[in-house]
Design a protein around this ligand. Structure first.
Ligand SMILES: Cc1cc2nc3c(=O)[nH]c(=O)nc-3n(C[C@H](O)[C@H](O)[C@H](O)COP(=O)(O)OP(=O)(O)OC[C@H]3O[C@@H](n4cnc5c(N)ncnc54)[C@H](O)[C@@H]3O)c2cc1C
Length: 448
């Protein structure tokens, strides 16, 4: 029997892959509401893959080499190359396997192209929400007779002998501990976004940011492996997000920006090329007055965004305000009239192709069609991307010699990411690719 610690998308995928390989799996999850609270459930559920049958059926030409090129362009080669190659190659088989063998209802997201994506790489379930993705994975896990789920329990330590995993210690809700013998543990416990001292140490620029990920991302899985001498990589790496609506606690889809919207600060000024990436833009918002901004977009963009469930909830909560004219928007939001007038005029001239943007934004979408809309947003830390050093089989590597600790795997936020250091190497989709891709690789490798 193998142990999978953590029932987010990484752990659920790993458990399914291992059980398809006829392994008995004990899936350990401390949070009885993990299907709601884990990062994967909070995510937008966009799963990146290159060359799936699903893409082919919907007329999208793609392959793993193009996906690799997009990832490497964004992270500028700052990654473990063998791991990234393994992930992009696994991406299409993983998505097709989940769709065909486990009933995950993926389709290609063609509504808009994410920053840095040269093809339509994203796959999502119908409501385009992480919650629905996680629900689908849970349904598949519940159907798999070889997976036993132990909810309310947490992995607290690992045992090793002769360089091989020999067991894991788990803690029950009443505080009792039990040592379970096993030769294989897959750590899918996510990163350390909710552990303040580690965030302060590794990502000081985000120490004061709102944390917008799962509450159990406390680094406990990483810590257990560190005690065995595991190495770590890219600990300063994280995904930020520029468009978190704190009134509702929901993420405003970045399609609002990518299809022609802009981000302005509270005086009405833009402060960068919004299309460069929402991750690095989080820090920019935090350096604006009052640490907040507005996304401003038009009716055409609204019609795209309304297809996203979270956006519909933000609208229903009254957090998206509509305005007949740019003047009424400026007045209603209390922007400085001269600043906003200049911004709105520049945007319309950039859209018409009359001038070049001072920040270098090239993709402007069509001229705005009224009404206009605004929604207040903050920058936030979504999840950390640094973690345990792994090889192309998702095996955890020792710090001292880079050799695998036999029987120990890491996937998702518990493993080192593929986005380099800091926030600017994060290509949209790297998170769930690392989670589900490494989970898939780990589960299959454990079963071999
Ligand atoms: C708002 C938001 C939107 C996002 N959108 C996207 C997107 O569209 N596409 C994308 O690619 N990425 C996205 N991401 C990133 C993505 O959600 C994460 O990279 C991914 O969910 C990490 O998956 P995981 O399985 O490693 O972690 P999680 O989904 O957080 O699962 C980890 C699980 O481990 C459990 N756990 C913790 N400690 C222990 C322990 N000691 N023992 C046992 N279990 C433990 C936790 O309770 C949790 O259930 C988004 C993130 C956020 C916050």
């Amino acid at each position: 029997m193998i142990i999978v610690a953590g029932a987010g998308s990484a752990g659920l995928t790993a458990a399914l892959a291992a059980s398809d390989r006829k392994l008995e799996v004990l899936l350990i999850e401390p949070d009885l509401r993990a299907y709601l609270s884990c990062n994967s459930a909070r995510s937008t559920g966009m799963v990146m893959a290159g060359g799936t049958k699903i893409q082919k059926r919907s007329g999208v030409d793609d392959n793993w080499e193009w996906l690799l090129a997009d990832i490497l362009k964004k992270n500028r080669g700052r990654c473990a190359m063998s791991v990234v190659r393994a992930l992009v190659k696994a991406s299409a088989p993983m998505v097709d396997w989940l769709a065909e063998s486990h009933g995950v209802d993926f389709s290609v997201v063609k509504e808009f192209r994410y920053p840095g994506h040269t093809q339509f790489h994203m796959h999502a379930t119908p409501s385009r929400s992480g919650q629905e993705l996680v629900d689908s994975l849970w349904r598949a896990v519940r159907r798999a007779p070889q997976i036993t789920v132990l909810e309310g329990c947490k992995l607290t330590a690992l045992d090793v002998g002769d360089g091989k995993i020999t067991g894991a210690r788990i803690q029950y809700p009443d505080g009792r501990h039990e040592d379970i013998a096993t030769d294989t543990v897959i750590l899918a416990t996510n990163g350390f976004g909710n552990r303040k001292d580690w965030v302060r140490r590794y990502i000081p620029s985000m120490a004061e940011a709102t944390y917008f990920g799962g509450p159990n991302s406390d680094g406990s899985g990483i810590e257990a492996a560190l005690k065995l001498g595991a190495g770590v990589g890219f600990m300063s790496s994280y995904q930020g997000h520029a468009t978190i609506n704190t009134e509702t606690g929901l993420l405003v889809t970045y399609s609002t920006v990518m299809t022609g919207g802009i981000l302005i600060n509270i005086v009405g000024d833009r402060f960068g090329d919004e299309t460069a990436g929402y991750s690095e833009f989080a820090e920019r918002i935090m350096s604006q007055p009052d640490r907040r901004a507005y996304v401003v977009f038009d009716q055409s963009t609204y019609e795209v965004a309304i297809r996203f469930r979270d956006f519909r909830e933000i609208v229903a909560a009254g957090a998206v305000r509509s305005w007949e004219t740019t003047q009424s928007l400026g007045g209603g939001l209390g922007l400085i009239p001269s600043v906003w007038h200049e911004t709105a005029d520049t945007v319309s001239r950039c859209k018409a192709g009359d001038i070049r943007d001072r920040f270098g934004r090239a993709d402007w979408g069509r001229a705005w069609r009224s009404p206009l809309y605004s929604v207040v947003v903050h920058g936030a830390l979504l999840h950390t991307q640094g973690g345990l050093a792994v090889n192309e089989h998702a095996q955890v590597l020792r710090e001292i010699d880079g050799e695998p600790i036999i029987g120990l795997y890491a996937a998702g936020g518990a493993a080192q990411g593929i986005s380099g250091d800091g926030a600017d190497g994060y290509l949209s989709g790297n998170g769930l690719l690392s989670a589900m891709g490494l989970g898939f690789i780990a589960g299959n490798h454990a079963g071999n």
